[in-house]
Write a protein that binds this ligand. Structure first.
Ligand code: ZN
Ligand code: ZN
Length: 323
């Protein structure tokens, strides 16, 4: 099969690779659409020691089963037997794996082997390309859900802000809206991205400097020192900061203000299968907007897509590669 192989830092090659193999635990799907994630970019830059080259990256896939059924893929493979899995928090599974991280190959390829329990049928109202958005949307849905769980105020009374207008930030904002947040602000530095975000939903799109303070729920979908500093500053007393961005490991939080104002700080990682399926259901019903905020490129041109993303030359919050 053809695949986009990550060979070394900032080096991707579209080439022939051994076929993916179906076995007792894995079903084969033909990949029709696969999104580029910030974590793929992180690996491409050589910054993710969990993803050593040579490796096929990519975990946001939709495609077809041998039967012709249209499906999307939950890339998080869990054991279903540990305490976390049994308590309904499978995203914290002690043996969790994700495709695109050894021992599992990723989806920047013509075919993908994946456990059948990770396959979710796609509603007829969604294209396969839209289906590949299920993974980032599920991340945002889980993140917004943590904001709801940890907030003392009902979301209908909440001013909410999302730092970073990439796919995860937008997905979080869409879920906040669908869950009934009073107001949703999205801040992003990139003017082209702000313009692209204008049509995605009923949001206030602003530069980071223009964000108001006294936000009840703040989602940091960047995870830089500056965004953590800003989250510390703009969150209302007793409010919630949900942190999902992974740009840098530490620095930025004003722990003194978080302490004195009893601000709740919670990390967010992926989603449970229940949340993933709910996301696909909400996508199908149109509750998460028009789902038209991506651009497509051929998988064979994947190397250029990464270079363009790195250079900041992409306005759309998501590039979807087509094998
Ligand atoms: Zn992703
Ligand atoms: Zn488990």
């Amino acid at each position: 099969m053809k695949a986009l192989l990550y060979e070394s830092s900032q080096n991707l090659r579209f080439c022939e690779q051994p076929n993916s193999i179906a076995d007792n635990d894995n079903t084969l799907i033909d990949v029709n659409a696969v999104g580029i994630c910030g974590s793929d970019m992180h690996a491409y830059l050589g910054h993710d020691e969990r993803r050593p080259p040579p490796l096929i990256l990519g975990h946001e896939a939709a495609g077809m089963l041998p039967s012709g059924a249209r499906v999307t893929v939950n890339p998080l493979v869990v054991c279903e037997t540990c305490d976390y899995c049994r308590a309904g928090r499978s995203n914290l599974c002690l043996q969790r794996q994700i495709i695109s991280m050894p021992p599992r190959a990723g989806a920047f390829a013509e075919q993908l082997a994946i456990p059948p329990q990770n396959i979710v049928p796609l509603p007829n109202s969604l294209s396969l390309q839209q289906g590949s958005l299920a993974e980032p949307l599920a991340c945002g849905h889980h993140t917004a859900g943590l904001g709801v769980v940890h907030s003392r105020r009902s979301l209908a009374e909440c001013q909410t802000a999302v730092l970073g207008g990439g796919a995860i930030g937008l997905a979080s904002a869409l879920s906040l809206t669908a869950r009934g947040a009073k107001e949703v602000w999205i801040a992003d530095n990139n003017p082209r991205r702000r313009k692209a975000l204008e049509k995605t939903g009923n949001f206030h799109i602003v530069t980071p400097e223009a964000l108001p303070t006294a936000m009840d729920v703040v989602i940091d979908a960047v995870g830089h020192e500056q965004t953590r500093r800003q989250a510390s500053t703009i969150t209302a007393p007793g409010g919630v900061v949900v942190h999902i961005g992974l740009a840098s490991a530490d620095g930025g939080f004003d722990m003194r203000r978080l302490t004195l104002q009893e601000i709740v700080l919670v990390g967010s990682y992926t989603y449970t299968m229940t949340e993933f399926k709910e996301t696909v259901e909400w996508m199908g019903k149109g509750k998460l907007g028009a789902l038209d905020w991506f651009e497509t490129r051929p998988l064979s041109d994947g190397a250029r897509a990464f270079a363009d993303l790195l250079a900041g030359n992409v306005a759309a919050p998501k590039i979807v590669l087509i094998p």
